[in-house]
Design a binder for this molecule. Structure first.
Ligand code: B12
Length: 212
């Protein structure tokens, strides 16, 4: 089999078209991580670029993130356990009262592609759930998303609750979402921020000490 199958997967990811059949086929010749790194991730990155440049609109991103979620689930199952190339554990969730999910999905796609093991708490996550999951999962980084002016201050409450539970020390926290700025994230008590998914990855790597 040639590289054509990887190209075809990438193209379909960019277009948000069905990709599982192609992935099953590719798995006969390629390792799951190669399919992820050489086809799926470049596809998501390309879609992210088209979004940033205003060429893609929301429905396009919805299709791309749906396609990514589906294929990522399959490929993760196939990846060897105890993969040493993992940079760190990244727990992520959207604050309570906030149902916006697309930005987080894009961030998850890029972080996963960039070497993080990402655990997704979903959206509308109660403050107490953040606390319980941090205690249970012990992530290196917690990403908190908030997408409305009415929910963004909850990020501060989550950070406060973690501090009260004695879980803040040693944990890196990143805040993100359209109304958040770099300075605002710091004011809320976070350690980092990401204007978009690529910046989130870059800053997460920096927090892990793998990028200067
Ligand atoms: C799509 C959308 C929805 C969809 C969400 C679908 C879904 N599954 O996510 C639906 C229809 C459900 C929805 C509902 C509502 N929405 Co709405 N929605 C939007 C819209 C149009 C786009 C948001 C989006 O997905 N952007 C695309 C993603 C890719 O960008 P992003 O979220 O900014 O994410 C990027 C970065 O922020 C960053 N990032 C994201 N998360 C994280 C996390 C971390 C840790 C890091 C580091 C970085 C990071 O990386 C991402 C990728 O580049 C915006 C307006 C707009 N054009 O932005 C309104 C908007 C956010 N919604 C708004 C409102 C008011 C609502 C509703 C209340 C509407 C209503 N009256 O019912 C409800 C609220 C429901 C609720 N309780 O949450 C307002 C919020 C206003 C405010 N107060 O701030 C907006 C701004 C529209 C507006 N101008 O009025 N919405």
């Amino acid at each position: 089999m040639t590289m054509e199958i990887l190209e075809a997967i990438k193209t379909n990811v960019v277009k948000g078209e069905p990709v599982l059949g192609l992935v099953e086929e590719a798995l006969r010749s390629y390792r799951a991580e190669d399919i992820l790194n050489q086809a799926v991730v470049p596809g998501v990155l390309e879609a992210g670029r088209l979004w940033e440049e205003g060429e893609y609109f929301l429905p396009d991103i919805i299709f791309v993130t749906d396609s990514f979620k589906e294929v990522f689930g399959v490929l993760r199952e196939k990846k060897p356990k105890g993969d040493e190339s993992i940079i760190g554990k990244y727990l992520i969730g959207v604050v309570q009262g906030d149902m916006h999910d697309l930005g987080k999905s894009l961030v998850i796609a890029i972080l996963s592609a960039g070497g993080f093991e990402v655990i997704d708490l979903g959206f509308d996550v109660p403050i107490q759930t953040f606390v319980e999951k941090v205690r249970e999962i012990k992530p290196d980084i917690l990403g908190i998303g908030a997408y409305m002016s009415t929910t963004m201050l909850i990020i501060r409450d989550v950070i406060e609750a973690l501090r009260s539970a004695g879980l803040r020390g040693g944990l890196k926290i990143m805040a993100g979402g359209a109304p958040i700025t770099s300075q605002f994230a710091i004011d809320l008590g976070a350690d980092g921020y990401g204007r978009d998914a690529m910046e989130a990855l870059k800053n997460a790597r920096q927090l892990m000490g793998v990028e200067s």
